[in-house]
Design a protein around this ligand. Structure first.
Ligand code: SAM
Length: 276
């Protein structure tokens, strides 16, 4: 096994495909630091998203964990499967969005999700993680810096939106470190960031209360410039003025905009509307 430097990637004849989001990590110390932050121990179940030529896989394999790596590129997948044939590394030439996490992860919830992820499916991967968060101890992901800022944003910020609220609810995020564009081959136009998501296991994505909360969050942000009373019209029933007064008494003013609400206020709002 070798760390896939730019020279090695080129010598293997690998041509990065833009439509697959193929910007490969070529900075060895940064790859090592990323895997170290995941705190992987022997025997852990690790799911890797898009291993590419294997920058993170190289260090995951040394941890003694069992890694399940999903790579959509058939050639890269075959190459890694050859390289890691004798390790605790399983390669799947499959779309990560179709992967059955429940079948792979131990039920106790100690798995780790890791990856330098393709920018074009970042939101969908993160949403899939929220849905299955109870299976995981953490996720360590390298994403575009702008996406990391959106995910970590708080109320009142321009970046605060649906994903920020859902992240706070299901897997509060933490920014770990910046990953400069120069750490990738080919070099993207923007910097990236490593983030860690730590699931809040008191919440279960599919509970009816949570499903309704998710609907309210999405509706509240559906028209960013409009007040909550306009965005939430379909949930206010036959007496919108009465509901507005009741909510005001509960501390939520429907004349506010979604971007000003804290997570707790979103739950207060959703629980009130669910009772109607
Ligand atoms: N982790 C590698 C690294 O750090 O060098 C590669 C990172 S590159 C940003 C993203 C990788 O995800 C590519 O290898 C790409 O082929 C793969 N990929 C893209 N879409 C995918 C999908 N839907 N499922 C699995 N892998 C995917």
């Amino acid at each position: 096994m070798q760390f896939p430097t730019k020279t090695i990637i080129r010598s293997l004849g690998i041509r990065p495909v833009k439509s697959c989001g193929q910007n490969f990590l070529i900075d060895e110390s940064l790859a090592e630091k990323t895997v170290a932050r995941a705190g992987i121990a022997p025997g852990d179940c690790v799911i890797e998203i898009g291993p590419g030529p294997g920058a993170l896989t190289f260090f995951i394999a040394q941890s003694g964990a069992h890694a399940h790596c999903f790579e959509i590129d058939r050639d890269l997948c075959a190459m890694l499967a050859d390289q890691y044939a004798n390790e605790h590394v399983s390669l799947y030439n499959q779309d990560i969005l179709q992967a059955d996490f429940k079948a792979l992860c131990p039920p106790g919830g100690g798995a780790v999700l890791i990856g330098s992820i393709p920018y074009n499916i970042t939101s969908r991967i993160v949403l899939k993680f929220f849905e299955t968060a109870r299976l995981f101890r953490s996720a360590v992901l390298i994403v575009q810096k702008e996406f990391a800022e959106r995910l970590c944003a708080g109320p009142g910020s321009r970046d605060y939106g649906i994903l920020s609220v859902l992240a706070q609810a299901y897997a509060p995020p933490r920014s770990l470190f910046t990953v400069p564009a120069a750490c990738f081959y080919p070099q993207p136009e923007v910097d990236s960031a490593a983030i860690m998501l730590a699931p809040d296991k008191s919440r279960n994505w599919i509970d009816p209360r949570e499903v309704f909360f998710q609907k309210i969050v999405r509706a509240a942000f559906s028209m960013r410039r409009k007040k909550l009373k306009n965005c939430l019209k379909p949930f206010l029933g036959d007496d919108p003025a009465g509901v507005q007064a009741g909510l005001l008494a509960a501390g939520i003013d429907l004349d506010r905009r979604a971007e000003t609400l804290t997570l707790d206020e979103f739950y207060t709002l959703a629980d009130f509307l669910r009772e109607l």
